[in-house]
Structure formats: C-alpha cells, structure tokens
Design a protein around this ligand. Structure first.
Ligand code: T3D
Length: 259
C-alpha cells in the first residue's frame, strides 16, 4: 500500500507530500500521525532549514476524511487530538513552512494551508470553507486566521456561504502570498523553500514567534518582545556572518545555527 505521506529531504528542505490522491488527500488518523512524526523529525534535524508541504494528485487537501467519522463521534475530540496539535505545531516550529496549493483546498485542508508561513497557489486552485455544507463551523484555526488574513467581512462570507475562493482572489485578499501559473507552482515553491534553507534559520524562527505574538500584543508589548528576540538574533553566528559579508561586499554564508 502506498504511504499516506511521502517525505523527501533535499538541500536543507523537507518536502512533505500528502499522498491520498483518491480521497483528495483528506486527513485520516494515520495521515495525522505521519505528518506529526515528519514535523517532529524536521524540527529536530539541524540539516532541515525549511519545510515544503503540498499534495499529490489533483488537489491539495479536502480536510478531514469524512469516511472515517463514526456516527455520533465527538468531533471536538478529533480537533483536540489531531487538527489542533497540527496547526499549533506549524505555527510553533522554528523553521519556515512553505505550502504549495493546487486543485482544491477544502475544510481543514484550506486552514492547514493558511497556517503555513508562505503559501503559493496555482491560478486554478480554489479554497473552500466547506464546513457549513456539512453543518460544521470552520476549524483547524479557520475562525482565527480568516478574519486576520482576509478581514472580518470576507471571513464571514467565506465561512457562512462556503463558496470557493480562487487563487487570484485569495492573493488579492491577503489569504496567500502569491498565485502563480499552474505549471510554475512546484518550481516556484521549491525555489522559495530552497532560498529559505540558505537563510538565517534561527532568525526566521524568531520572526514566526514575533509575528504570532503580535496578534494579541499591544505596541508596548511587541516593542519589548522585538528587543528580546533581536538580542537573541544578535548573538547568532549568522548575524556576525551577515554583517561581515556586508562589509566585505560578498554574499553571506549562513549556517542557521542558533549559537
Ligand atoms: O471530524 C471532523 O469532521 C472534525 C474536523 C473537521 C475538519 C474538516 O475538514 S470538516 C470538512 C471536511 N471536508 C469537506 O467537507 C470537503 C468534502 N469534499 C468536497 O466538498 C469536495 O470533494 C471538494 C469540494 C473538496 C472537491 O470536489 P470535487 O468535485 O473536485 O471532487 P469529488 O469528486 O467531490 O472528490 C473526489 C473524491 O474524493 C471522491 O471520491 P470518489 O467518489 O471518487 O470515490 C470524494 O468522495 C473524495 N473526497 C473528497 N473529499 C473527501 C473525500 N473523501 C473523504 N473525505 C473528504 N473530506
């Protein structure tokens, strides 16, 4: 049987491919387990300096595999033990996560994409908050991310109508970084992941922390946090190398090491 998740490690990038194409890469318990293990490996492995997430087949991900839900199942439990840890881990992992979306990203599949750091989508891709069609509310961080990324009016309409939003619209609304021609999606996503894998990894992780914290901070709290995190970034060998390289008018050679 094919593995639910393919993991390739190349040039500092862990490429994670959701691999249940017959079910539009919908999440089962076993796919959750595989993604969790891969992200733990990626976090521990100092050679991993960026992660690229995408889907096999004709779409990115259709959210929860609905064939796995028993009648009367406690849906909150599935979130508590599977999707919530996944979304938290993607935010907390101190390495950049790039997501390449093609075809459809529906339900928790769309919100998984929106949790990633840099999201590219093929022009023909579409994002669907499909939950309302089956009597649910957006989860996997959707009610948190949508109003912050797209604004409250668009968040409400996406959540309540469940209509697809195409990639160009998603880009215009700030839901994703860029919509690209279909045939360029993977090449561009790989280029960005490879670029990130040569950058000051520790500082990239600190950027994630600072931007996430800003969601609830006052300006004063954020200025204090920036001071503390910048102090940490300033102690890294990458800061020393970056400064040296600038003064010597040569490209920097970052290692990504914290100290
Ligand atoms: O436990 C909990 O529910 C809590 C967690 C919730 C998180 C969630 O994600 S809830 C939302 C779950 N997702 C959905 O409701 C989306 C369901 N899928 C769709 O609405 C449509 O499939 C799409 C809009 C995503 C794509 O439509 P289309 O026409 O391009 O493809 P299709 O023909 O509907 O799907 C292709 C196959 O994938 C099909 O199987 P078949 O007929 O070829 O054997 C379809 O049944 C299967 N599939 C698609 N989505 C799911 C799925 N199978 C299981 N679970 C799915 N979510």
């Amino acid at each position: 049987m094919a593995e639910d998740l393919l993991v390739a490690r190349r040039d500092g990038v862990y490429v994670l491919t959701l691999n249940r194409p017959d079910r539009l890469n919908a999440f089962t318990a076993s796919l959750h387990q595989a993604v969790r293990a891969a992200l733990e490996d990626a976090e521990r492995d100092p050679a991993c300096r960026a992660i690229l997430l995408h889907g096999a087949g004709r779409g990115f991900c259709a959210g929860q595999d609905l064939t796995e839900i028993e009648p009367g199942a406690d849906i909150g439990d599935i979130l508590e033990h599977r999707f919530n840890p996944l979304i938290r881990r993607i935010h907390a992992i101190p390495k950049p996560v790039v997501c390449a979306v093609h075809g459809v990203a529906a339900g928790a599949g769309a919100n998984l994409a929106f949790a990633c750091d840099i999201v590219l989508a093929a022009r023909s891709a579409r994002f669907v908050q499909a939950f309302i069609k089956i009597g649910l509310i957006p989860d996997a961080g959707g009610t948190w991310a949508l109003p912050r990324l797209a604004g409250p009016a668009r968040a409400r309409a996406m959540a309540m109508l469940g209509d697809p939003v195409d990639a160009s619209q998603a880009e215009a609304w700030g839901l994703i970084w860029r919509a690209v021609p279909d045939e360029e999606l993977m090449q561009e996503a790989e280029r960005i992941a490879a670029q990130l894998a040569t950058q000051p990894t520790h500082a990239l992780g600190l950027i994630k922390r600072a931007l996430d914290a800003s969601q609830t901070h006052t300006l004063d709290q954020q200025l204090d946090l920036e001071r503390d995190l910048q102090r940490e970034a300033g102690r890294t060998p990458d800061f020393a190398e970056g400064t040296r390289a600038f003064l010597e008018k040569r490209p920097p050679r970052f290692t990504g090491r914290p100290a």
